[in-house]
Design a binder for this molecule. Structure first.
Ligand SMILES: *Cc1c(COP(=O)(O)O)cnc(C)c1O
Length: 472
């Protein structure tokens, strides 16, 4: 063991390439078939073209990319994925993935412990949060055919879309002035007696708002509905619950009482895309997965992941990458928590600067690491114009100076609910939104705020020819 320092992928390549090469060599050499031969010059040219074409992207890896939910995987994850991909195990069956099925069980145990689930939980990795959510909703339909799905109006659109796929009606419950599911509205809907499952989102994709899960659980139970937690984005904030607002933390700690939970290691878990997870806190749901497969499960009597998931083929490399990552960054405050926490602090710091700013204002206090804010203007149409101009100005410069932000669309009522009254000359307007999911964002916040305020002033002037901004 030596002192910690930045690790890059390049230095890890020899270990994984040589290691897997040696492993393959133990089975003896074999001739590669001519049909798979290629002209090396052509291959190099194609790869050069690929690199050139990849230039047509925003710099998701850079802290000045403070837009959508995007960040690169950790080099440990990339190296582990590359090592495993050369063997290409399929975690659908144990026979096709002996080592990586075992690794998947190890990482699932860690995820289950993070959420406080019992030892006899059931769960598996998925290709995405979408399929993970689909599976939890499908189980609730199997338990109670004909029932409906209740989710907040700000929930990810995946729930209404998957409701269509499953033939289940879905109801969007209104949100309060912090973007959280309204409990009175939820109870009114539960009183109809048709709800099969309530979906609580812990970290909405738009605002990072946390639904009041600790209060939703007893309410849903009273009306016989299941509770599913979509914490695809926010799940890893469970590790640092002690640092969050106590009310937010209370809801993260209630995940243990929910029937199922989804988390995306490919969002805050440092993984390449293709890594979601679903967990159920009770194995009795396993009976809904029963199916026969004469061609896949043969050499092992243990349970194969293919028997307990809707998907079939699934990358063993994903399980290996997450396994290696969690060895280096375990699900503790000092481990992965140390990477998640700076983004939370960055959002809180920026919120303070925005609240004191004469040209910008926060939309709401961030519960996680997603911040929304807007210029101080008089009307909806002005808000939309100025926000869009800020977005464009920030990115419209030479590369090292570029800043990439995102926008979020709101109506006049949610603005008014947050004390921001604007002339209603348009139904919708864009505001600004930044996902601060890279720890490198934290030291950048004062400068970022300074620049965004400057662009706001310029954007305002450009759209007003000299008029003064609305006073506070
Ligand atoms: C990202 C996200 C999803 C969808 O997950 P994918 O992995 O993109 O399929 C669902 N719900 C929430 C809250 C999310 O943030």
């Amino acid at each position: 063991m030596s002192a910690k320092r930045a690790i890059d992928l390049q230095e890890l390549l020899p270990t994984v390439m040589t290691g897997i090469g040696d492993l393959k060599a133990t089975y003896g050499e074999w001739p590669v078939h001519k049909s798979t031969h290629a002209d090396p010059d052509q291959v190099q040219a194609v790869l050069s073209e690929l690199v050139e074409r990849l230039d047509d992207n925003y710099p998701y890896f850079h802290p000045q990319y403070a837009g959508q939910m995007l960040k690169p995987p950790h080099p440990v994850a990339m190296a582990a994925y590359l090592a495993t991909m050369q063997l290409n195990p399929n975690n659908h069956s144990i026979d096709a993935s002996r080592a990586t099925t075992a690794m998947e069980h190890e990482v699932l145990d860690q995820l289950a412990a993070m959420f406080g689930y019992p030892d006899d939980y059931m769960g598996h990795l998925t290709w995405s949060g979408t399929t993970a959510n689909l599976e939890a909703l499908w189980v609730s339909r199997e338990i109670r055919p004909g029932s409906s799905i209740l989710h907040s109006a700000d929930a990810h659109y995946t729930h209404s879309r998957m409701g269509e796929v499953l033939g289940m009606p879905t109801v969007g419950i209104p949100t309060d002035a912090r973007g959280r599911m309204d409990l009175d509205a939820l109870e009114r809907e539960l009183q109809r007696g048709t709800a099969g499952v309530v979906v609580a989102t812990l970290g909405t994709t738009g605002l990072g708002a946390v639904d009041p899960l600790a209060d939703i659980v007893p309410l849903a139970r009273r009306y016989g509905a299941r509770v599913h937690v979509d914490t695809a984005y926010g799940g890893f904030f469970s590790i640092i619950a002690d640092h969050l607002d106590p009310e937010t933390a209370r809801h993260f700690r209630a995940i243990r009482d929910a029937d199922s939970v989804v988390v995306d290691p490919h969002k805050h878990g440092l993984q390449p895309y293709g890594c979601g997870a679903v967990l159920f806190n009770d194995q009795s749901i396993l009976r809904y997965y029963h199916h026969e497969s004469p061609y896949t499960y043969f050499a092992s009597t243990e349970r194969h992941f293919g028997e307990i998931q809707l998907e079939c083929s699934r990358a063993g490399a994903s399980a290996a990458a997450l396994w290696a990552t969690l060895k280096v960054f375990p699900l503790t405050e000092q481990g992965l928590g140390g990477i998640v926490l700076p983004g939370y602090r960055a959002a809180q710091t920026w919120y303070g600067l925005l609240a004191d700013c004469d040209i910008l204002q926060p939309y709401q206090r961030p519960e996680l690491d997603i911040i929304t804010y807007l210029p101080r203007v008089r009307s909806m149409s002005e808000l939309d114009r100025v926000s869009h101009a800020i977005f464009e100005m920030a990115a419209d410069t030479t590369r090292p100076q570029q800043t990439h932000l995102a926008t979020y669309v709101v109506g006049p009522e949610p603005l008014a609910a947050r004390g921001i009254e604007l002339e209603r000359d348009a139904d919708h307007a864009r505001i600004m939104r930044s996902v601060l999911m890279k720890p490198e964002h934290e030291p950048l916040i004062p400068e970022l705020h300074h620049h965004v305020a400057m662009w706001s002033r310029r954007a305002y002037a450009a759209t007003h020819e000299g008029a003064a901004p609305a006073s506070r």
